[in-house]
Design a protein around this ligand. Structure first.
Ligand SMILES: Cc1cc2nc3c(=O)[nH]c(=O)nc-3n(C[C@H](O)[C@H](O)[C@H](O)COP(=O)(O)OP(=O)(O)OC[C@H]3O[C@@H](n4cnc5c(N)ncnc54)[C@H](O)[C@@H]3O)c2cc1C
Length: 533
């Protein structure tokens, strides 16, 4: 599949910003100035000679090395757009089997080479950054490990090679009447191995479970040997080794195979997403808390803050519908400045959906929710994988977008949202720049929820300054998250960008345990050094 070399996604897909949205950004952030992108040919000229000896599985051409030198984090974007990407892998390998991965490990040991596993390249935290090291760096793309190895319909388990990307995995399963139901917003490009290595969470994880619940076992091929974890339905035999692999971020070895828990797609079942409005954020949070305390099996739930709601409406491009909503909702007790949009998804037969919706309706009535039918949900479904394309458009208008996420217990959700938004809003004061922030909850649990906050700020004419603005923003919000008792990541992982805060979360002993595990499977520190720990 074609991909933009210095932005997100398929080059033929463009997302426009409606006039009203552009005017809002100008009012809040000031006029953005588009910058001239650093040309691709300049990068290609700059890529140094490879330090790797020849190998039949390795490509050393500059194009391939450039396209595998980064992920999709904001520093990666700044690096690409402003010509500030300075390190490139010495080569990229494309093995087609676990045996070929093993042969690359043998080669790397003999030649003292660093290895970076590469899935779909959609990391947003610097997981794929090439370290500065005396040793040559080989990035290993797993994209040719893309087969379904086994489907055990009776046990509801499917085993895949780990380089398979979302659409191919779902196509295999759905052709047999099953689904994994794992839909991160990067679904088009991200891989099963990447999901496991970063502990990913998808848009429908509320029903199907996060990747950590779906991953039942697998194989890791590592410098220190092979680790095979069988798919027991449950086990009391000591600590669960699956949790070593989950979130290992390429530090332990290559996940070559994974056995996943799948769901049958029963006949007559449908998916539907309904929209509703709460009169305030507090009411919305309380509504979701109650629904999840009762463990009502929803497909998805998403509650936008009042600001995110208003931005969603301004950016929707449906001016007449929005004007109607802004007249109608206050009549139903939802003030325009405070109303919070919520989407709730259901999956099941018509009968089950009716029962679930009735139960949800009873709970949410207590919080004065106003139901609005399916139109907003249908629109969300249509655009859910297209929204990231807005990053391309916004960048060309002179605005950078960063997203941050955490999870906290219910009693701290609101104060954490406020602390995160405040920290980001003030983070660029020394540059005299405002920051626009807005948040939503999209993975509620019985004990708490994730928080997903978006920040927009102006790109500077100098790439170094844009990067410095990002550093200020990232530091401020990460400190606010830690101080509020949130995890440094609910779904994106650690990589390079969250590393300064990992010890605050795991403690010294905890990080030592993780480092010890790395040294068993990777005694020479060859696997993706510098990430996670
Ligand atoms: C637009 C956009 C939307 C996103 N939305 C979501 C979302 O909704 N939910 C979410 O959880 N994340 C999301 N992400 C983040 C990202 O997609 C996830 O972290 C994803 O799991 C990364 O998968 P990947 O295959 O692209 O891995 P890569 O980016 O290639 O690698 C990520 C890390 O995993 C390691 N790795 C990859 N494959 C293997 C393997 N086989 N064995 C060992 N290590 C491996 C790499 O070494 C690296 O450390 C989004 C990113 C973008 C750009």
């Amino acid at each position: 599949m074609q991909r933009r070399w210095n932005g997100w996604g398929d080059p033929s897909v463009e997302m426009e910003i409606p006039e009203q949205g552009a005017a809002y950004l100008k009012e809040v952030l000031g006029e953005g100035r588009s910058q001239v992108d650093y040309p691709r040919w300049e990068f290609l000229k700059r890529i140094p000679k490879s330090r790797l000896p020849e190998h039949p599985l390795i490509t050393t051409d500059p194009e391939t090395r450039l396209s595998h030198s980064h992920g999709q984090s904001l520093p990666d974007w700044i690096g690409l757009r402003a010509g500030m990407l300075y390190r490139f892998p010495d080569g990229v390998a494309f093995p087609s089997s676990a045996e070929e991965v093993q042969s690359l490990l043998d080669f790397a040991e003999k030649q003292k080479i660093i290895l970076i596993p590469y899935g779909g390249g959609t990391s947003v935290l610097g997981h794929l950054t090439v370290p500065e090291d005396r040793r040559p760096v080989l990035t290993v793309s797993l994209k040719r490990l893309n087969r379904m190895i086994n489907l055990d319909e009776r046990s509801l388990l499917a085993t895949f090679e780990a380089g398979i990307i979302g659409p191919d995995l779902e196509a295999h399963l759905q052709s047999h009447g099953f689904t994994l139901g794992h839909y991160p917003q990067s679904f088009e490009y991200s891989s099963l191995g990447g999901w496991i290595a970063t502990r990913s969470s998808g848009q429908y994880s509320t029903l199907y479970g996060r990747i950590d619940e779906q991953f039942q076992g697998g194989t890791v091929v590592a410098p220190g040997g092979k680790l095979v974890i069988p798919p027991f339905p449950a086990s009391a035999a000591g600590p669960d080794l699956r949790h070593l692999i989950l979130g290992s971020e390429g530090r332990l070895g290559f996940i070559t195979e994974a056995t996943m828990k799948i769901q049958p797609l029963a006949r007559g079942e449908e998916e539907a997403v309904f929209g509703l409005f709460f009169p305030s954020w507090e009411r919305g949070v309380e509504g979701l808390r109650k629904l999840f305390a009762r463990r009502i099996p929803l497909l998805m739930a998403r509650l936008s803050s009042a600001r995110e709601t208003s931005i969603n409406l301004d950016f929707s491009g449906h001016e007449r519908t929005v004007a109607f909503l802004r007249r109608y909702l206050p009549l139903r007790g939802v003030p325009n400045e405070e109303g919070c949009m919520c989407l709730l998804g259901f999956r099941g037969t018509d009968r089950l959906m009716k029962t679930l919706r009735k139960e949800v309706g009873t709970v949410l009535k207590e919080e004065k929710a106003v139901p609005l039918g399916k139109a907003m949900g249908e629109s969300w479904k249509k655009y859910r994988f297209l929204m990231p394309y807005l990053r391309n458009t916004l960048w060309s208008m002179g605005y950078a977008v960063e997203t941050v996420e955490t999870a906290v217990i219910w009693s701290r959700v609101t104060e954490t949202v406020e602390a995160m938004e405040r920290a980001m809003a003030n983070s660029l004061a020394s540059f005299g720049e405002p920051v626009l922030t807005f948040s939503h909850l999209s993975s509620p649990y019985p004990t708490g929820s994730n928080i997903y906050t978006t920040a927009l700020f102006k790109i500077a004419s100098d790439g170094e300054e844009t990067l410095e603005r990002w550093r200020h923003l990232k530091k401020a919000v990460s400190e606010a998250i830690v101080a509020s008792g949130g995890t440094i990541s609910h779904q994106h992982g650690v990589g390079l960008d969250h590393k300064p805060w990992i010890e605050a979360e795991k403690g010294e002993k905890g990080t030592n345990i993780m480092a010890a595990a790395c040294s068993v499977l990777d005694p020479d520190g060859r696997m993706n050094p510098g990430k996670l720990l």
